[in-house]
Design a protein around this ligand. Structure first.
Ligand SMILES: *Cc1c(COP(=O)(O)O)cnc(C)c1O
Length: 463
């Protein structure tokens, strides 16, 4: 490995410290198109551009840290999912990954439906004009107020998660003279993440009603008896950041088997199956996600095959990608504040954000990549850890990365694939002001979620 030490960098030990890092890339200036949104390139100056806009100008105008979301990329991913699933299936964008009025408008225009899992997500969706019948409400503990809001707005489906909720939703629907379309969320005994899935006999989690112990079948039985509920289907969601379709195959097989039991016992064929979200994206060059058309083909074939075997009409399929649509479309732009080489270990590079704008590394041990984007550098690579400015040693943004050893305060770094579960999970830890989301499209940039201000925080603090 060619890791000659720069005077300002640490002397690298022969044995590198523990970590997940690969060998340093041959060209640190290279941007792997797999992890960057589609309109990201380097310009003649060596600076990175998104949608034709130089990150140095973007930092100047919008400040750092900030998320830059590539609208063209977002829309093209929506179209790819719609086209892949066609007219016999529905694509629900999982709003929890990232939701704002602009995003809701794009989804509405691109023909996607929307999942929400709180009354306030529902409020944003309705406010931005998503037709209620295209919205599904999820959650394991929806409040009466949330259910009421969903029922009176006329949401297309409520996904039921417990016996108590069945009674609750039925009562509220009845009170409002509505026959509410519902699905039942079942747990199929499959937990899938990335390259593996675990099939368990019984379920130990808060979501859904288990197939294995008969709770799912009992829920179907109870819902079918209630006048104010129209049971349209069964819902399953098995995990997150999944690349291997085998877990979906087991899930589909088990859901279809429940549909068969329901037909045998109650004489009804439920018309819908939702197989949830959880499709993986490339956070690093090691990740190799499947294209929507591959996923659609695989899921369609599994469901068709299982239904044919069970002698069932093939139900309408729906899926709920969140991360797979918005994740790759945004990067976080940071300014380097301090560079601290630790002899024989690595260099700690502190940026002006951290766990308040990206909790995923601390929470899930998530892996990200990072690049110097305000210029190119021919300096040798230095093993680095990109950390935030919070009072917490676990405040890590990118655990293991190679950055050029001439990195200096004032340089701009960007972390790609931060569109999902970053702004959505952002916090005010240390009274950090949550960063803005700036949509970039056609050579223009506009704030779609503004940066929080000190006034915003002080207004909440009424003591
Ligand atoms: C979180 C969630 C999704 C979206 O998951 P992604 O990993 O973002 O695709 C879809 N459906 C349900 C029920 C979820 O809880």
């Amino acid at each position: 490995m060619s890791r000659s030490a720069h005077p300002a960098g640490p002397r690298h030990a022969d044995v590198l410290p523990e970590g997940h890092y690969q060998a340093p890339p041959s060209d640190l200036n290279h941007l792997d198109q797999r992890v960057w949104s589609r309109t990201v390139t380097r310009n003649a100056d060596g600076a990175v551009e998104v949608g034709g806009l130089d990150v140095r100008a973007l930092a100047e105008e919008f400040g750092t840290p900030a998320y830059f979301l590539d609208e063209a990329d977002f829309r093209s991913r929506c179209r790819a999912w719609r086209a892949a699933f066609g007219n016999d299936a529905d694509v629900f964008y999982a709003g929890k990954a990232f939701l704002s009025r602009a995003v809701v408008r794009w989804l509405t225009e691109e023909g996607l439906n929307l999942d929400v899992c709180s009354g306030t997500e529902l409020a944003v969706a309705l406010d931005a004009g998503m037709p209620a019948e295209r919205i599904a409400l999820h959650g394991n503990n929806k409040s009466t107020a949330e259910i009421e809001r969903a029922v009176t707005a006329g949401v297309g489906r409520i996904v039921l998660d417990s016996f108590q909720e069945i009674v609750r939703v039925a009562a509220i629907a009845q009170e409002h003279g509505v026959r509410q379309r519902v699905q039942i969320r079942v747990t199929v005994g499959v937990e899938a993440h990335t390259h593996e899935f675990i099939a368990t006999a019984h379920e130990d989690q808060k979501f859904g009603l288990a197939l294995a112990d008969g709770m799912a079948a009992e829920a179907v039985h109870r819902v079918l008896k209630l006048e104010s509920l129209e049971l349209v289907g069964i819902h399953s969601h098995i995990g997150s950041q999944i690349f291997d379709m085998a877990g979906f195959e087991v899930a589909a097989r088990r859901v279809v088997s429940l549909l068969g039991d329901v037909r045998d016992e109650h004489g009804v064929e439920l018309p819908e199956i939702d197989l949830g979200g959880g499709l993986g994206i490339a956070y690093t060059s090691e990740d190799d996600p499947r294209e929507p058309q591959d996923i659609a083909k695989a899921l369609g074939e599994i469901v068709t095959r299982e239904c044919e075997a069970a002698g069932l009409r093939v139900p309408r399929l729906s899926v709920e990608p969140g991360r797979a649509i918005v994740g790759p479309t945004a990067f976080t732009l940071y300014e380097v504040g301090t560079v601290k080489p630790l002899e024989g270990l690595r260099t700690y590079v502190s940026v002006d954000g951290g766990m308040s704008d990206n909790i995923r590394t601390a929470l899930y041990d998530a892996e990200y990549t990072v690049a110097l984007v305000s210029r190119t550098s021919e300096a040798p690579p230095m093993l680095s850890r990109v950390v935030g400015k919070h009072c917490e040693s676990g405040d890590i943004v990118v655990k293991d990365a190679f950055l050029p050893s001439d990195l200096a305060p004032g340089d701009l770094l960007a972390v790609p694939a931060t569109g999902a579960y970053c702004r959505a999970m952002a916090s005010n830890y240390n009274h950090a002001l949550r960063p803005p989301v700036v949509a970039v499209a056609d050579g223009g940039a506009r704030v779609i979620v503004r940066r929080e201000t000190e006034d915003d925080l002080l207004r909440l603090d009424v003591g």
